[in-house]
Every structure is written in C-alpha cells, then in structure tokens.
Design a protein around this ligand. Structure first.
Ligand code: ATP
Ligand code: MG
Length: 480
C-alpha cells in the first residue's frame, strides 16, 4: 500500500473529515500529528489517542468539535498547557494550538508564542513524531513533512528536527524519549543525536522524577527492555537514574575465581521475565532482584565470591530507590521488596532434592506471591551451560508439582490457623497473653514441618499438648 493510501485508511473515520470542516468554518487549519501518524505509517496497532494541532486556538476548536459532533463528550481544558481533550466515540482527541516555543537556559518553563504548523513541528522531539496529516477539505490527506520524517521512518532512525543540542537543551526529557522510542519501535538513534545526548546527559538532573519514571515504565513494558537499559547506559543516562544498577557492572577475578557480571545478567533476567508476564511490577522485581549484590560482595578463600544477605540488603534498597524516584511507597513497592527478598529461596530448593517441609515453608512465606516468585526465579536462570539450564528448569518443574501436591493436602498458600486465638482464650479462660502467641506458633510450625495435617482436630490436640507444657489448664464447664 502506498503511504498515501495507508494514511487515508487510518484516518478514514468520518470524524476526521468533520473536524477538517469545522476547522475550515473557523478559518483555521487542523492536522493530526505525532504518534498517531507515525504509528499508522509503521502499521503498529493504532491507538485511539489522537493529537490534533491547529493554527489558532486548540481549545476553541475542541469546543466547536464537541458542540457539533454526535458522540462527543465534555471538553476538558488544560489551561496551563493551552490544550483541551474531547472524547468522540472511541477516540480520545487532544487539541493544541500550533506554537513557537523556546526554553530559557535554567528554567523548565518555556516562553510560548502562537505559531504556524511548521513552528510547531520544529519543537517536536523527533522527525518521525513531527509528521502532520492535513484535515481541511481542500488539503485533506496531504502529509506535511518538512524534516524528512518519512525517510527516517523508512530508515528506522530517530533524529531531531532542529539541532540535537537545541532540542535536548529545550527539554532534556527528549533524551529519555529517544531511548524509549528506540526500544518501543526498534529504531536506532542517529549518531549525531547520540553524541549530543552523551554530552548533555547530566541535564536529566533538572527533570522531575515523575517524568523520568514514566519513560522507565514504558521501557520496562516493551518486549526487550534490555535494549533500552543498555542504551541508557551507553549514553550516560543510566547512572543518573539507577546508580545501584551501574554498581553491578564488571567481573572481578581473584585467585582465578570469577563471578558473573550481574549488570548484564540483570537485563537478561528482565528480558526473560518479559516473555512470561506483562505485570509491570514483576518486571520491576526482575530489574532490582540483584541490587543488593554490589554492597554485599566479598571474596572468601575457600568458597570464592559470596553475596551473603544480598536479598535482605536488596529489599531495603528497593524502598530507598522507590523513595528517591518518588514512586508511591504502597503495596506495589512492598510486592517488589518481597520478591527481591525471596528471590533466592526457590533456587535453593530447585538445586537439590526437596522435602515437602521446605516446599510448605516456601509457599507459606511467599503466600499469594508464590506464582510470581517462581516466574522470577525461572527467569533468573541465565546459565549458558545447556545441561545446567535444563537441569534447573526441570527442577523447577518438580518444585511446581510439589507445590500443587502440598497445596492439595495442606492449603498453605492462604494459611489460616485451624485453631485461632479466640478459641485458645476460651478453652483456657485467659485473656490476651504471650502463651497464646506461643501456642499458635507451635501449631503453625507443626503443620509446616508436616508433623500434623492442616486440620482442626490435629491442631486442637496440639494446642492441648503445648498448653499443658506452658502450665495452662483447660477451663472447667461450671454449670450450676
Ligand atoms: P505514545 O503515545 O505511543 O507514547 P506519542 O508519539 O503519541 O507516542 P506522546 O507523548 O503521546 O507520544 O506525545 C505526542 C506527540 O507530542 C509526540 O509524537 C511528539 O510530536 C510530541 N511530544 C510529546 N512530548 C514531547 C516532548 N517532550 N518534546 C517534544 N515533543 C513532544
Ligand atoms: Mg500519544
């Protein structure tokens, strides 16, 4: 299909011609621009987010569109940005007036003036994001491409419309966007643009953490995030965002003993997990699972390199890292923390013959996270030795089967004590006290060790036994 036909098809919904007619009535020109035009030409799955730029007031055009088109919702105006959003049918339209923009050296607030389409295209981040598709009746369907974006799309290259230095100094976020688009679209970054990013990398310090994290999330949600992270590293950006990952770099050798390079290993694990899950937070756990290894690394004459306690240290670092990056310290953070903390547990049981008790303990400690934890640990297998690779994977199959067996018997995953504190208090006629905790713990341990099944009668008998040891007497039923 020709470029023209592809675009006509992408914007064949009558809504687009209608918007062009409304713009014409208002004596302005309107265009779809940016991601929606780019993705149509790349034949990527087309999102329903459409950016529309007009030579005039975007807000006024949005209002007129909402007035005149059936199926439109209310207009949401973002005054600070001079933009407005309207839903029409299944589309979400974002309107903006074309502008000229320049940023002052040490300020993030641009000086904005009204401009024409080309001014607006100049201030876009990449040539492939600056392609505009005309909507007015006289020119409907014309592709406006003053910076050879079409050619760059063809070459799969990201290049800035103005000089890279100017584009990035106006808004350093564009450096991260370059990496993000390169990863999402599988493009390369033009060499001159790469050079500029390297020179200006430290300018990302002026960005808010929220904007940075948004790009990191998008990179993590691609199919092969390692491409993005290695590019961030190559461009000198990674050290400003994740110094803890950069500290994992390198292989040390002492007395002929080497450890693996945990930096590259980490990204392999991330890529692996992406094949099995879209869960962003599980991907985060893969990214951070080894961060405790840099501060815990030691060389021991007998056993070689060790990273004792790295899971515990790593889990603590997760909290600090989330805090620094201004991510919410909520249950997602705790989820990542817990996975990092437990990340070596299943490996230990997959390496040797497992007992039921070990499996029960793992399931008890992981709780609801057991399935995600297993996925993480399987992704962690990056050995290049095919025999070992197979053995480890086979062992995980055995672990999974054992978990199913143990769950059928003992239902440990959502462990609820078969005899609870209330019952203990009633049986012995006591109030809350230390003994109750001890009895409950004793019963739980007996179940996890497989001494008794996870059942009421067995647990009740255990309770009586432990209570006697502790000197508690069952209350007599005193009937008058
Ligand atoms: P996607 O929505 O798939 O992430 P997109 O290209 O639509 O990709 P948005 O962030 O939605 O990206 O931005 C829409 C358009 O606005 C971009 O295509 C680009 O033209 C422009 N744009 C967005 N952010 C910037 C920026 N920081 N600097 C310059 N232009 C930008
Ligand atoms: Mg978009």
């Amino acid at each position: 299909m020709t470029t023209n036909a592809t675009l006509q098809r992408a914007f064949s919904d009558p809504m687009f011609t209608a918007i062009g007619e409304i713009a014409e009535q208002m004596q302005t020109r309107a265009f779809t621009i940016g991601g929606c035009v780019r993705d149509a030409l790349l034949k990527r799955n087309q999102s329903k987010d459409i950016d529309i730029v007009c030579e005039g007031s975007g807000i006024e055009l949005a209002k007129a569109v909402a007035d005149q088109l059936p199926n439109s919702g209310k207009v949401t105006v973002y005054k600070n940005y001079g933009t407005a959003m309207v839903r029409v049918g299944s589309y979400e339209l974002e309107f903006v007036g074309a502008r000229k923009e320049s940023y002052q050296k040490n300020s993030r607030n641009p000086v904005v003036e009204i401009g024409n389409l080309e001014d607006d295209q100049k201030r876009r981040d990449f040539t492939v994001n600056a392609l505009a598709f005309a909507l007015n009746p006289k020119e409907f369907g014309t592709l406006i491409d003053p910076f050879d974006g079409l050619e760059d799309l063809d070459k799969k290259v990201l290049r800035t419309p103005l000089t890279a230095a100017q584009t990035f100094s106006d808004d350093p976020l564009r450096m991260l966007r370059a990496v993000r688009f390169a990863t999402q679209l599988d493009f390369t970054i033009d060499p001159q643009t790469m050079k500029s990013i390297r020179i200006m990398s430290q300018r990302i310090k002026i960005l808010s953490q929220e904007r940075i994290i948004e790009e990191i999330h998008k990179i993590l949600l691609t199919q092969i995030p390692s491409k993005g992270f290695l590019l961030l590293d190559e461009l000198g950006l990674l050290q400003h965002i994740f110094p803890e990952l950069c500290s994992l770099k390198g292989i040390e050798e002492v007395e002929g003993q080497r450890h693996k390079d945990n930096f590259y290993h980490t990204f392999e694990v991330v890529d692996n997990i992406c094949q099995t899950t879209d869960n962003l937070w599980l991907r985060w756990a893969a990214l951070l699972h080894d961060i405790g290894k840099a501060p815990t690394k030691k060389f021991n004459q007998k056993v070689g390199w060790t990273f004792h306690g790295h899971e515990f240290v790593g889990a603590k670092m997760v909290y600090k890292l989330f805090k620094r990056l201004k991510m919410p310290l909520n249950e997602k953070m705790k989820y990542v923390q817990k996975l990092v903390f437990m990340s070596s547990r299943p490996i230990v049981i997959s390496e040797k013959i497992v007992t039921d008790a070990a499996v029960r303990r793992l399931v008890f400690d992981a709780g609801e996270l057991i399935d995600d934890l297993l996925l993480l640990c399987e992704a962690d297998i990056t050995t290049k030795n095919p025999q070992r690779f197979e053995t480890y994977h086979n062992n995980f199959k055995i672990v999974r089967q054992k978990i199913i067996d143990v769950e059928e018997k003992d239902r440990i995953r959502n462990f609820q004590p078969p005899v609870d504190g209330d019952e203990i208090m009633k049986t012995f006629g006591v109030g809350p006290c230390r003994e109750i905790g001890l009895i409950k713990e004793y019963i739980k341990e007996a179940i996890l060790d497989g001494e008794i099944p996870n059942e009421y009668l067995a647990a009740h008998a255990m309770m009586l036994k432990k209570a006697e040891e502790l000197g508690l007497q069952p209350k007599q039923n005193t009937r008058e």
